[in-house]
Structures are given as structure tokens and as C-alpha cells.
Design a protein around this ligand. Structure first.
Ligand code: ADP
Ligand code: MG
Length: 561
């Protein structure tokens, strides 16, 4: 009897949930498709925005794929990969975040029927990798260089890239206004790699058109003491002293103990305190600086002292503002006022304190070393300005990329259609199954123009057929044709200046393919019962290999309230 019983092998802890094989893979694919569905409608100039509010009552309205994905708080372990690629696209190139998620979702969607039919995922992965390699080569080949143009010409070309990015955003209506501003800002900071050298200050109120660019630094007036009103508020070519010390009378510490034998000696202690601060202030004045900024407090005594000597001062300046003033004016931040030599002082052409909306702003313009610029954003609601800032960030990144890499491709789905056609054509010469897989990849690329149409309310099938026909023309005659967002037909995107830096597309294709391949290569999920808490529910749902379809996946992916 006993010999007939198989000994049970216990490999994993009790309660461990594992699921493997095809159902697992299909369920992962479903989850990713559900995520892609969430951002799908935001693509393109006619895309919709998403309003996301969390349990703390914060509301965010955004069109930016990365922002939405971040806020969705996705818990599905496989779908999380899509969040990661959106984030990495955002930090690598700054734009194309919706594109990358959509592409990855579509690659997986095309792969799904093959997996269901029993194709081994590795075969698909291999073909997808080949296709992605070829696609990227093709993008590089089609990219047009804007190198070697004059600065003015370059400016207008870059503005076009920025305008394409902005056209899909809330501030799209004013895209030319902002595109010019972004290009000016990026050109102002020159080759500096530090993105924080472009400051964006948000001042609610006014209209978008009241936004302006400062070729230098601007920041909100800091807290100030009595006497401040008497200080001059405008200087031409002032010397600027930056400090990291407190200019304030210190009150005696409560626990300090001083023993006096004569009450008169108390006065000398008080005097010593005053002498120290007067000595410091004296040194600041002697340095010849007309503007004194400090990261730490500048008290009422100092404020009055400076006011009497026609010097402007501001204490508690935020660190990054102080650094930007330093970079712009050429000043060095001092931690002591002893020995302030001329070299550590900065200067700028004009310093001014100005009213912007309901705020006072300190503005340094005409800075000698350039290197920094500040955009002061105006507009209605807070959420609006927040989204405007994110959009400008995208545009700034794009202009910087375009400036560095100097190659652009036609947007509006033109480049995607062209790669797709190229892959179809190539696949025809391949014998064997991989022909089908490469075709699937090519078909997936069409999601971009299709979605652009869908989001604008056009007949996608009709437009796509026209595009296919155009792109099939011999000698690449129609290679630049994409969706015309204004008429609902097709047009030469390149001629209409719908441009995107090539690096956005290259990165998007690369990242989306990688993500798709990664998800295809997972065939088992093991849920460890101990590490359950955070990801529990989602992992359990997936772990059981529930092919829940879109609805199930989405339900788990989005936070429900
Ligand atoms: P992403 O987050 O991927 O950048 P967007 O919502 O910014 O998503 O949409 C970008 C897509 O919109 C790109 O494929 C771009 O070519 C396309 N696009 C932008 N402006 C236009 C336009 N004026 N006409 C047609 N397509 C456009
Ligand atoms: Mg974009």
C-alpha cells in the first residue's frame, strides 16, 4: 500500500500561489492592454485629458502619459513595466510618453493571437527584436538633419518641434507663443546640461499671454522686515553679493549663563552683540554691492541699515534660486563677509522688483554669463498652471534634444506608417513563420495614426487606407504623409511642420519593444505569501491566471474609490 503512494514534494512555502504557462502570459498581456487603453485617448493634438484625484483631495488634470501613469498607482506586477517605460521615456527624452505605452500595448495585442495558437514566445521575441532593429535603422535613415543652419533658421525650426509637442496640450491654443518662449529659454542657457537652469515660476491669475520670459533669474519677493520699503527697487548694473549667513541680532540663548560682578558689565555684552552684526553689515556695504541676497534670514536691523545706504536686500532666498542667481550673474555664494573681494560679486544689467499679478517679483535680467532663464507662467486655475508647466517641460526637453541631436522626422503618424510599410515589404521576402510576426509588428505601428484619427473623431479606416496607398507609392513619394488633424484627411506632415525629434521615435520604439519582449518572456508568476500586503490583491488575481480580459485588468489597475 505504502509503496503505491508518491511522496509529496514540497518546494515552496504553504500558501505560495504560482501560475504558469499560457494562461499566465495571456493574463499579463490583457493587463498591459488595459493600461494602454487608459492613456489611448490622450494621444495627439485632439487627445483628451485625464482628471485624476487621490484620497488626499489633490486633483491633477494632465495629458502627459508619464504623469497619468505615475498617478494611476498601478499595482499589477506586469503592467507596472509599462509605467516604468513611460517614466524612462519621460526622463530620457521628455516626450512621447503616451506613444511608448500605446506601442507596447499594441505589440502585445498583436502577439496575443499567436500565443493563443501555441506559438512559442521566444519566436515572437526574436522577430520583434529584428523588426525593432530595422525600424530604428529606418528612422535614422529618414531623419532630416537641421545641423549647419544659421541661428535664426535654427530658431524657427526648433520652434516648430516645440509647437508640435505643445499642440497636444492644454496650452495648445497658444502653442506658437510658448514655442518661441521655450526656444529662447533653451538657447539662452546654451550648452548647459542642467535642466534646473530654466526656472518656471507660476503666478496664478491673468491670462496665458501674460506669461513672459526673463533672460536671467526671477523669483518671488521673500519675506521682508520693516525698512524694506525704503530700499531702492531698481538698479542698473548693480554689484550683487550672495551670502549664506544670517544677518540678524541673535537673542540670547535661554540656557546661556553669564556671571557678572558689576551690573554695568551687562551693557558691554549687549554692545558686543551689536558690534558683531554692525561689523558684518559694514563689510557688506564696503564691498560695494548694491544687492545683498542671503539664503538665511536678514533681520530688521540689517534691513534698515541697508535701506539707509540705498542697498537692496532679501533674506531666505530659496537655494535653487540663489544658485541660479549665482550662475547668471557670476557671483559666488559667500559663507563669511570677511574678505569679500570684487571677484566674488556678480552683476547684471538691470535689477528690478516688479509687480506680477498679485505677487512682487525680484527680477535680474541681462545677466553676463547667460546660462539661465526663467519663464513666469500666468493663467487661471492652479491645475491649469500645473499642467502648463508640465507641457512646457516636455517642450523644453524636446528643444534641447533637437538641438543636441539635430535630426527630426515627420510626425502625425507619417514616420510610423513609413516604417510599417517598410517592414511589410521586408517581410514578404522572409520564408517561414517570422514573416507573420514581423507583419504583426508592422501592423502594431499603425496604432499611432489610427489613434490620432480616433481621438479627433475622423474615420480611422478611411484615413489609414489613404495613408497606406500614399506610402506605397514608388520612390518614397508619399513617405512624409501623415494624418491632417485640421481637415480629417491626409497631408504632408513635414511640409506642415509637424515635426518630432528623431530621438523621440527611436527611444519609443526601443523601449516599447523591450517592454513587450520582457512581458512575453515571463511565463510564471510566483506570489510569496509573506510579501503580500502591498501588491497582494493584484498579484493574486494574476497569479491564478485569470484571463479576466480588459475589464478585469482595468479594474485592478485603476484605484477604485
Ligand atoms: P506623447 O505623450 O506620446 O508625446 P502626444 O499627446 O504629445 O503624446 O501626441 C503626440 C503625437 O501627436 C505624435 O505622434 C505627433 O506626431 C502627433 N501630432 C502632434 N501635433 C500634430 C499635428 N498638428 N497634426 C498631426 N499630428 C500631430
Ligand atoms: Mg507629446
Amino acid at each position: 500500500m505504502a509503496s503505491m503512494m508518491q511522496p509529496q514534494i514540497i518546494l515552496l512555502k504553504e500558501g505560495t500561489d504560482t501560475s504558469q504557462g499560457k494562461p499566465q502570459l495571456i493574463s499579463n498581456i490583457n493587463a498591459c492592454m488595459a493600461v494602454a487603453d487608459v492613456v489611448r485617448t490622450t494621444l495627439g493634438p485632439r487627445g483628451m485629458d485625464k482628471l485624476i484625484h487621490d484620497d488626499k483631495g489633490n486633483t491633477t488634470i494632465s495629458n502627459d502619459g508619464a504623469t497619468i501613469m505615475k498617478l494611476l498607482d498601478i499595482v499589477h506586477p506586469a503592467a507596472k513595466i509599462l509605467v516604468d517605460i513611460a517614466k524612462s521615456q519621460d526622463s530620457e527624452v521628455g516626450d512621447g510618453t503616451t506613444t511608448v505605452v500605446l506601442l507596447a500595448g499594441e505589440f502585445l495585442k498583436e502577439a496575443k493571437p499567436f500565443i493563443e495558437d501555441g506559438v512559442h514566445p521566444q519566436n515572437l521575441i526574436r522577430s520583434y527584436r529584428t523588426a525593432s532593429f530595422m525600424a530604428i535603422e529606418k528612422v535614422k535613415e529618414l531623419a532630416v538633419s537641421i545641423e549647419g543652419k544659421s541661428l535664426d533658421e535654427k530658431r524657427s525650426l526648433l520652434a516648430k518641434c516645440a509647437a508640435t509637442t505643445l499642440s497636444s496640450k492644454l496650452i495648445g491654443g497658444e502653442k506658437d507663443f510658448f514655442a518661441k518662449m521655450v526656444v529662447d529659454a533653451v538657447i539662452a542657457i546654451g550648452n548647459d546640461d542642467r535642466l534646473n537652469m530654466i526656472g518656471i515660476k507660476k503666478v496664478p491669475g491673468g491670462t496665458m499671454r501674460d506669461s513672459f520670459l526673463v533672460n536671467g533669474v526671477a523669483f518671488k519677493k521673500t519675506f521682508s522686515y520693516a525698512g524694506f520699503e525704503q530700499q531702492p527697487k531698481k538698479f542698473l548694473n548693480p554689484k550683487i553679493l550672495l551670502l549664506n549667513i544670517e544677518l540678524e541680532l541673535k537673542s540670547e540663548k535661554e540656557n546661556a549663563e553669564i556671571r557678572l560682578s558689576d551690573p554695568l558689565q551687562y551693557q558691554s555684552i549687549v554692545d558686543a552683540e551689536w558690534n558683531i552684526i554692525y561689523d558684518k553689515l559694514d563689510k557688506c556695504v564696503k564691498s560695494g554691492a548694491k544687492i545683498v541676497l542671503s539664503r538665511l534670514a536678514i533681520g530688521d536691523l540689517a534691513t534698515q541699515y541697508f535701506a539707509d545706504r540705498d542697498i537692496f536686500c532679501a533674506g531666505r532666498v530659496a537655494e535653487d534660486d540663489l544658485h541660479r542667481v549665482a550662475a547668471a550673474t557670476g557671483a559666488t555664494v559667500q559663507t563669511s563677509v570677511n574678505n569679500v573681494i570684487d571677484e566674488v560679486l556678480g552683476s547684471c544689467e538691470v535689477f528690478e522688483e516688479k509687480q506680477v499679478g498679485s505677487e512682487r517679483f525680484n527680477i535680474f535680467s541681462g545677466c553676463p554669463s547667460g546660462q539661465t532663464a526663467t519663464i513666469v507662467l500666468r493663467g487661471g486655475a492652479d491645475q491649469f498652471i500645473e499642467e502648463a508647466e508640465r507641457s512646457l517641460h516636455d517642450a523644453i526637453m524636446i528643444v534641447r534634444r533637437a538641438m543636441k541631436n539635430s535630426t527630426v522626422v515627420a510626425g502625425g503618424g507619417a514616420i510610423d506608417m513609413e516604417i510599417s510599410r517598410y517592414l511589410w515589404q521586408h517581410a514578404r521576402n522572409i520564408a517561414g513563420k517570422s514573416q507573420l510576426f514581423i507583419n504583426a509588428y508592422a501592423k502594431a505601428l499603425e496604432v499611432i495614426p489610427r489613434q490620432l484619427c480616433d481621438n479627433a473623431g475622423f474615420d480611422a479606416t478611411d484615413v489609414l487606407n489613404k495613408l497606406r496607398q500614399k506610402h506605397a507609392l514608388a520612390a518614397g513619394e508619399g513617405a512624409l504623409y501623415g494624418v491632417d488633424i485640421n481637415t480629417g484627411g491626409i497631408s504632408d506632415s513635414f511640409a506642415n511642420f509637424v515635426w518630432e525629434p528623431a530621438v523621440v521615435k527611436i527611444n519609443a520604439i526601443n523601449a516599447a519593444t523591450e517592454a513587450a519582449c520582457l512581458i512575453l518572456s515571463v511565463d510564471e508568476t510566483v506570489k510569496n505569501p509573506k510579501s503580500e500586503s502591498a501588491q497582494g490583491e493584484a498579484a493574486a488575481g494574476m497569479g491564478r491566471g485569470r484571463g479576466g480580459g480588459m475589464r478585469g485588468g482595468r479594474g485592478r489597475g485603476m484605484r477604485r474609490r
